[in-house]
Design a protein around this ligand. Structure first.
Ligand code: QAP
Ligand code: CO
Length: 209
């Protein structure tokens, strides 16, 4: 689509139509989709990135993959500073001081991310997922990783990740390949959690008014 006379990002900003989109859960088979690479980062991509970030903030998440809002493109957003509301102000005061990659706060955008290196060393984190509401469990992954991706402006970047950022990136990249953190647990746990969420969704859909 060519929009030479119409600046889509400008129009979206002017009309203030950034949107919170619906997050699908593990009961939705679309979460198993293998997402497609993005041809190039356009204004449309940036509208999607903005919507994903707004959706993630509204749900109090730290990471979101496009497939979680039913868009099968290889796109992620992460913001580790939004773990909870209480840390927001102190972190804003710390400002833009030149910390290492991993302590840097604020939104991060990843288009077509690829893991180009993982450490031998592994660690265990208690993970959750916006598509698995209310459930958390330990997952073991490489402790560090290097990721190559296109940023918000379509520029190629390489990021060296450690700690929570490394875990979060790997969790989100699993989504691009149709994998949810439950797939790293035993089938017994996975089935039990999926059934509980199914029941919750059924109950929520059948309340009497
Ligand atoms: C992935 O997950 C992640 O169940 C991001 O009721 C999580 O943002 C990577 C959330 C942990 C590494 C460690 C989950 C919010 C947010 C819930 C999230 C919930 C409310 C999950
Ligand atoms: Co997730």
């Amino acid at each position: 689509m060519e929009l030479s006379w119409l600046d889509l990002k400008g129009l979206v900003a002017y009309l203030n139509i950034m949107a919170i989109r619906k997050i699908i859960t593990v009961t939705d088979r679309r979460l198993k989709t293998i997402s497609e690479p993005v041809d190039s980062v356009t204004d449309e991509t940036r509208v999607l990135l903005d919507d994903m970030l707004e959706t993630m903030y509204a749900a109090n998440g730290i990471g979101l993959a496009a497939i979680q809002i039913a868009v099968p493109q290889r796109i992620l957003v992460i913001d580790l500073s939004h773990r909870n509301d209480s840390t927001a102000e102190t972190e804003a005061e710390e400002g833009e001081s030149d910390q290492g990659n991993n302590d840097e706060t604020g939104p991060r955008y990843f288009v077509n991310p690829e893991i180009i290196w993982t450490s031998e060393e592994h660690n265990v984190y208690q993970e959750g997922c916006l598509s698995v509401p209310g459930f958390y469990d330990d997952v073991e992954r490489p402790k560090q990783c290097h990721v190559r991706y296109l940023d918000y402006h379509g520029k190629e970047q390489v990021l060296e990740c450690d700690g929570l950022l490394a875990t979060c990136i790997q969790h989100e990249m699993d989504h691009l390949n149709g994998i949810v953190f439950l797939d790293h647990l035993s089938r017994l746990k996975r089935d039990r959690i999926t059934k509980k969420i199914k029941k919750e969704e059924r109950d929520a859909a059948t309340v009497d008014h």
